[in-house]
Design a protein around this ligand. Sequence first.
Ligand SMILES: [Zn+2]
Length: 379
Amino acid sequence: MPGRLNRKKWWIAAAILWALILLFRMMPLYKPAPSAPFSGPYWYNPYKEVNPEGRWTRANFHAHSNAWGFFTNGRKNTVENILSKYDSLGYDVIGVSDYQHITQTGATPYIPVYEHGFNILKTHQGSIGARRVYHGDYILPQTRSQKQHILNKLRERTQVLVLNHPDWMGGYSPRDIRFLTGYDCFEVLNDYWNSEDLWDVALSSGKPAMIVGGDDAHNVFKQTDLARDLTLIYTVSDTLKPKGIYRALIQGAAYGVEVTRQMSRAQVIEKRETLDNMPLLQSCKIRNDSLIVTLTGNARSFRFTGQNGKILKQVAASVNGIHGASYRLQPDDTYVRVKIALPDSSHIYLNPVMRTVEKDMKPPMPASRKRGLFSIFDK
Ligand SMILES: [Zn+2]
């Protein structure tokens, strides 16, 4: 019965083809995003608008409650507990970021956030201003294309897309970071991991990743889970609106603070006092090719870092401390960021000034592009 045999073969071929299509559908392949340093005749300064009329507000977008799932260690750790602890610490923006779930908090302003990812190597993303949850992930160690695919899916569903603790457990390798694109922020500061070196990899390959700092708190009754890594957001109006917060994060009118190990163990009252007395960024300006940074109080040192993480200049204080420092921008500088050590050894991490093609425009993230065959599928 040759006819039947042929039909059987045809069905097998069709099944294999369909399986391949499904496989391709699951595994889109992306071209590496362009990885060229920032360039252009202008400097983009994220702090251009910062002036004494505005204020810096404390924010944390990374804290897990017991409201959802079984991941959280703290048994009590309710949404109310998180809100009240951070309120006592003087935070105005308090996000509850549960895994794969947007938790309603009743906080004002209410910022819908969640943490995405349930793979084994902690390749996680923060979704700030989340519209909806993306339920997909790749469980096993992810290829760069898979990471890009997840970022693209999240991009459609959120206002601000963050790479969470990117250097932790190799969640994102330096190679990934050179070629991934399409996110807004880098969680450089996280209670579990500091990703400063990896941040320089992103910036050096022309990815305008803006900083956030987050506690990643799982139990707010443990002192060391609270107010160790924070984001300060610049605001000019008295009422903080979600839209303004998203804009500040994306444009870079924010900076990161990392408190000392000693302070991380302190009680809430002592932490509050330390934060209240901590010098703030007063201004960051570019004048006649000089980058000039001023604080409202004294610092111990200012460090200017550029392309490939190279230290360009370090200004250390004499006994009394200094409240500002400057650096002459060189023709071959592509970005310059400033890290400030305060007298108690807490650190302030400013966003970089970056070279840009268009005046006052933040250099854009390159578009992600699929490899030929995969371009027939949607994003
Ligand atoms: Zn995480």
